[in-house]
Design a protein around this ligand. Structure first.
Ligand code: HEC
Length: 201
């Protein structure tokens, strides 16, 4: 490629980045921090340009460290609250069985009963004891039989969402909803020892 064209393209890229940063900064100043990242349900990776625009926005806010910390805490509290809402939502991912996570794991504990996987596709039905989630997050990643592999907590949340809650689809692992549900289930393990792979409680 011609050197001048290459240089112009680089300049153009930087200008777009800068403009993106300024726009994000403006929104932040309005008190409604723009999210430069992927939209709520997207499973898109964090691309370099989005990451740089986010850092740029953060750097501009560094002028007021207290505001920055407040912002981070507010975002985390919002996410945790959303997670609790999703945990109690019987319509999560289009489910219609009238069950939420809370139906079997009330307030992160257990009903003490069993969940039934109905017989299908030539396999018998199984009854599985419902575990408490008060330390579940601290034991992931761990091996789960239906996945035939070691999985993350977010993947396990999706297992229950599909198998027990009756969700029509899995939450995209990189999306806001998965992160929020994950954060809430993680909060149930707060203060406990981290023990990846430890068997059920
Ligand atoms: C109908 C009852 C039922 C519902 C509803 C349910 N679960 Fe579960 N959950 C279970 C059973 C049974 C297991 C044990 C399965 C296993 O360990 O493979 C389990 C296991 C788990 C585990 C793993 C615990 C561990 O220590 O390994 C997590 C995390 C979890 N559920 C989260 C959720 C979330 C989040 C939801 C809502 C999206 C949910 N569950 C809805 C019955 C349920």
């Amino acid at each position: 490629m011609n050197r001048r064209i290459a240089r112009n393209l680089t300049l153009m890229g930087l200008t777009i980045l800068f403009a993106g940063g300024c726009m994000a900064h403006k929104a932040a100043m309005k008190g409604e921090m723009a999210k430069a990242g992927p939209p709520a349900e997207a499973d898109a990776p964090l691309t370099m340009d989005v990451a740089l625009a986010n850092i740029d926005m953060g750097m501009k806010m560094m002028g007021d460290m207290e505001a920055m910390m407040k912002h981070v805490m507010m975002k985390q509290q919002e996410t945790l609250a959303l997670g609790e809402e999703l945990y109690n939502d019987p319509a999560l991912a289009g489910a219609t069985r009238g069950l939420s996570c809370n139906s079997c794991h009330p307030s992160g504990g257990t009903t003490g009963g069993e969940a039934e996987i109905p017989a299908m596709m030539g396999y018998p039905g199984w009854k599985i004891p419902i575990p408490s989630l008060t330390n579940a997050a601290a034991t992931f990643p761990k091996f789960k039989v239906p996945n035939a592999s070691v999985i993350s907590l977010a993947q396990m949340n999706n297992n229950c969402l599909r198998m027990f809650v009756g969700g029509q689809y899995r939450l995209p692992l990189n999306g806001d909803k998965s992160h929020a549900l994950n954060m809430y289930v993680h909060s149930l393990s707060e203060g406990n020892e981290v023990a990846p792979g430890k068997m059920g409680m």
